[in-house]
Design a protein around this ligand. Structure first.
Ligand code: G3D
Length: 202
């Protein structure tokens, strides 16, 4: 068992999970964190550096690193990769014109060795802006445009030629920071994926 695994196992014993939240600026990262914490989401200022917020979810403590997504800040993302258990990548469902840029940045991050052991959760945010009957299709279209496979063990997805994704598990989930749609589902997925992965290594 590698040292990293031992450290991670210790953390899960202490019931702590480190979550790194990234995505382009304006995707709604800070709003999502505030919404999860039941804070007022009407006053949000741009994240110029990073915020760390702790969320208690069931028995687990999630330390969420919300890092600014402006292009000038992206070179600094790598400083936060170490010891990440789950990468949450936030996409603005209404910003289809930015999807190509989003895909480029996501693939750069997915290529990072230091993140390769982490779980990957893609949150397609701002679904409250999309008519209900189009939400499912919107999430599917964004998944396809980003070159992501169906929710599964992406290690086994040899047909995904868009990236060298080697994350353990991935999930794409539509959500809304404003209505809190699927936020509990997202937290459950993070905790369950980390628990299953680290206990499987025993
Ligand atoms: P960031 O941290 O990813 O840069 P922010 O993004 O959390 O600062 O949010 C950027 C803008 O998106 C904010 O609007 C915020 O209110 C809005 N937003 C975030 N989440 C949602 C959501 O779920 N639904 C809708 N409709 N809007 C959302 P402003 O106007 O302040 O720029």
């Amino acid at each position: 068992m590698g040292l990293l695994t031992v450290i991670r196992k210790q953390k899960i014993k202490d019931k702590e999970i480190r979550v790194l939240m990234l995505g382009l600026d304006n995707a709604g990262k800070t709003t999502l964190v505030k919404s999860i914490l039941h804070e007022d989401v009407t006053t949000i200022s741009p994240t110029l550096g990073f915020n760390i917020r702790t969320i208690q979810h069931g028995q687990y403590k999630l330390n969420i690193w919300d890092v600014g997504g402006q292009s000038t800040l992206r070179p600094f993302w790598r400083n936060y990769f170490e010891k990440t258990d789950t990468l949450v990548w936030v996409v603005d469902a209404t910003a289809t014109d930015r999807l190509p840029d989003c895909k480029v940045e996501l693939n750069k991050v997915l290529d990072e060795d230091r993140l390769k052991g982490a779980g990957l959760l893609i949150l397609v945010n701002k679904l409250d802006m999309i008519p209900e009957q189009e939400q499912e299709e919107t999430v599917a279209r964004i998944r396809a445009m980003l070159g992501l496979p169906e929710d599964s063990d992406v290690n086994k997805d040899a047909n995904n030629d868009n990236s060298t994704v080697t994350f353990h598990e991935s999930k794409v989930l539509g959500c809304s920071a404003f209505t809190r749609m699927n936020l509990d589902v997202a937290l459950d997925w993070i905790v369950d994926e980390v628990k299953a992965r680290l206990y499987l290594l025993e």
